[in-house]
Ligand binder design. Structure first.
Ligand code: CP
Length: 303
């Protein structure tokens, strides 16, 4: 395939090829000269209709490490504000001889829509509440790096599952790689279709932590909640917040992950986020190598 729209479309072999390639690129970016010439004939546009720190910067760095030419588009400072459509915006960018579009958009399915109307490669950098495939790839790559394997590991995804594209992409990736998956959160923050996914569902965070080897902690996505929701942030922190006292009371080691941004003191306390059990900054480091692998492999398919 010439696009990466979601983990749902990938096979286990596809994911393992991305991991192997990412390992090679991780070696490259740890050398004094961090660049390879692989994409020097390619121009990539990072087209972001939603805010981002990690994804946007790590795609840009991945592209530069591969020697691609890079342009960045942010909708908040663009002519989208004057009423230009998504398709017009992207077609105008492509007419400047751009080969690849990395896009984040608030509408689920926006990159899929685009893929039916344009010729360039598209990488989904997060589409609303739907998928965030490169996040799931870097998350599972980081689990593999930390624990040696993903197969057979028990992974609990804890938090606002309803509004989380990270949760859905992680569920697909973990299942394809043979992990056992659980989601945990207040019933009001679990999607109605959760029982159709073939995963465990747990409402009690202590029980989820007792069960898992890895806990991937998600924030409450206030920006996607259009009605007054339950629980409040204070209630969420009280009943679902992961902190050192709770973890110490379990008498076991759990690897702590978070895709960022962290709302410190709500879903995760600082004493856990900054502890040796957390691999949160390793996830960010791995994001560059994993995104290099995705861009490199897509460019090779298109040649
Ligand atoms: N994890 C993640 O997608 O972070 P950003 O929103 O900062 O890109």
């Amino acid at each position: 395939t010439k696009h990466l729209l979601g983990i749902k479309d990938l096979s286990r072999e596809d994911i393992e090829l991305i991991f192997q390639t990412a390992e090679e690129f991780k070696d490259v970016i740890n050398r004094p000269i961090k660049k390879v010439p692989s994409l020097r004939d390619i121009t990539i546009a990072n087209v972001f209709f939603e805010n981002s720190t990690r994804t946007k910067l790590s795609f840009e760095l991945a592209e530069k490490r591969l020697s691609a030419d890079v342009i960045n588009f942010s909708s908040s400072s663009s002519s989208v504000k004057k009423g230009e459509t998504l398709l017009d915006t992207v077609n105008n960018i492509l007419s400047m001889k751009v080969d690849m579009i990395v896009m984040r958009h608030s509408s689920p399915g926006a990159p899929h829509f685009l893929s039916k109307h344009i010729d360039a490669n598209i990488v989904n950098a997060g589409d609303g509440t739907h998928e965030h495939p490169t996040q799931a790839l870097l998350d599972t790559f980081s689990i593999r790096e930390k624990l040696g394997n993903v197969e057979g590991k028990k992974v609990a995804i804890i938090g606002d599952i309803l509004h989380s594209r990270v949760a859905l992409s992680n569920i697909f990736a973990l299942q394809k790689l043979g992990a056992e998956v659980m989601v945990c959160g207040p019933i009001t923050l679990l999607p109605k279709y959760i029982d159709t996914l073939g995963i465990k569902v747990e409402l009690d965070v202590r029980k989820a932590l007792e069960w898992c080897d890895v806990a991937n902690i998600l924030r409450i996505q206030l920006e996607r909640q259009h009605i007054k929701y339950f629980p409040s942030l204070r209630e969420y922190s009280l009943y679902y917040g992961v902190n050192k006292k709770l973890l110490d009371s379990l008498n076991k080691e759990i690897t702590i992950m978070h895709p960022g941004p962290i709302n410190r003191g709500v879903e995760l306390s600082s004493d856990v986020a900054d502890s040796d059990h957390a691999i949160i900054l390793d996830q960010v480091e791995n994001g560059v190598a994993v995104r290099m692998a995705v861009l490199y492999l897509l460019a090779s398919v298109s040649k």
